[in-house]
Design a protein around this ligand. Structure first.
Ligand code: CP
Ligand code: NVA
Length: 319
């Protein structure tokens, strides 16, 4: 309790990483998303869900990096649940002029019911969560992207994949999205083959987390080894937001493109996934991206359905 009259107890829980929820809650979120998605068939996109579970609630979204999917999906998700949103960006808020995260967290906590933040340094969202008295949601940091992975797991299940024992292959950069996939692997018991150039492996702590949860994790510099017999092939941009567009990195990544050769090595019913935005011709060939095994736009749509579960979990509605 601070001298400034800070409220001592949070209304719900932070969603900074998938482990904040755990495997059971993650499974419940996916079920909830499937149910709500099914119940909306035929409804206009702007029509609310019948039960309006977040009626009267407000979500503030802070963007210190660009976004299309995360921004729109949280906004539409909140509207469909009966709530409203507002957006702050670094250019037009006092955050951009140096107001502290701690003060921003305490002010927003007096005005809104939850805060979603997309930023660079993961320590910033941890600081936001320490000072906020409302739930804080990680909308992507340099370290992780947990909201993306809730949508991705929903998409895999929709396309007939059973998560326990599934073989997921990752190609290219060992980045924030891979970190959250590894966290999910430990929670949901699927295996991950990671094909990266030397020096671009994921942070060891995420590999350890997956293994500690019972997932088999293979690190290789041979993309064909990763692709062989895989159920799901996943890649992402070779240059994440905030990283240098270094020619040496791009050259190192070139053999890790997901193309028809990689897809032909995978299981016949394997799917291709990418969180988007994509750089077609770099991390994925056009024929794979546009081909029948690509589920990237289902994955993008599922961001809405997943966000609804995350929001409800944070605000006490899904457990
Ligand atoms: N996948 C994803 O997070 O997309 P945006 O950067 O457009 O939000
Ligand atoms: N790894 C990418 C994901 C974008 C949604 C990035 O951080 O830019």
């Amino acid at each position: 309790m601070s001298a400034q009259g800070q409220v001592a107890k949070k209304q719900g829980s932070d969603f900074l990483d998938l482990s904040d929820a755990g495997g059971d809650a993650l499974a419940a979120m996916i079920n909830e998303a499937q149910d709500r998605k099914a119940a909306r068939v035929g409804l206009a996109k702007g029509s609310p869900d019948a039960d309006l579970p977040l009626g009267g609630r407000v979500l503030a979204m802070i963007f210190e990096k660009n976004s299309t999917r995360t921004r729109v999906s949280f906004d539409i998700a909140m509207r469909q649940l009966g709530g409203t949103t507002l957006i702050l960006d670094a250019a037009t808020s006092q955050l951009g002029r140096g107001e502290t995260i701690a003060d921003t967290a305490r002010v927003l906590s007096r005005m809104v019911d939850a805060i979603m933040i997309r930023t660079d340094d993961h320590a910033k969202i941890e600081e936001m969560a320490r000072h906020a008295t409302v739930p804080v949601i990680n909308g992507l940091t340099d370290r992780s992207h947990p909201c993306q992975i809730v949508a991705d797991l929903l998409t895999m299940i929709e396309h007939g994949k059973a998560l326990p024992g599934m073989e997921l292959a990752w190609f290219g950069d060992g980045n924030n999205v891979l970190h959250s996939l590894l966290e999910a692997a430990g929670l949901m018991k699927f295996n991950v083959r990671i094909a990266t150039p030397a020096g671009y492996e994921p942070e060891p702590e995420f590999v350890a987390m997956a293994r500690a949860g019972g997932a088999e994790v293979t690190l290789t510099q041979d993309p064909k080894q990763a692709a062989s017999g895989a159920d799901v092939l996943v890649t992402d941009t070779w240059v994440s937001m905030g990283q240098d567009n270094a020619s040496a990195k791009l050259a190192a990544m070139d053999p890790f493109r997901v193309d028809t050769v990689m897809m032909s090595l995978a299981k016949p019913d394997a799917i291709f996934m990418h969180c988007l935005p994509a750089h077609v011709g770099d991390e994925v060939s056009e024929d794979v991206f546009e081909g029948p095994r690509s589920v990237v736009f289902d994955e993008a749509e599922n961001r809405i359905h997943a966000q609804k579960s995350i929001l409800q979990w944070c605000l006490g509605g899904v457990s």
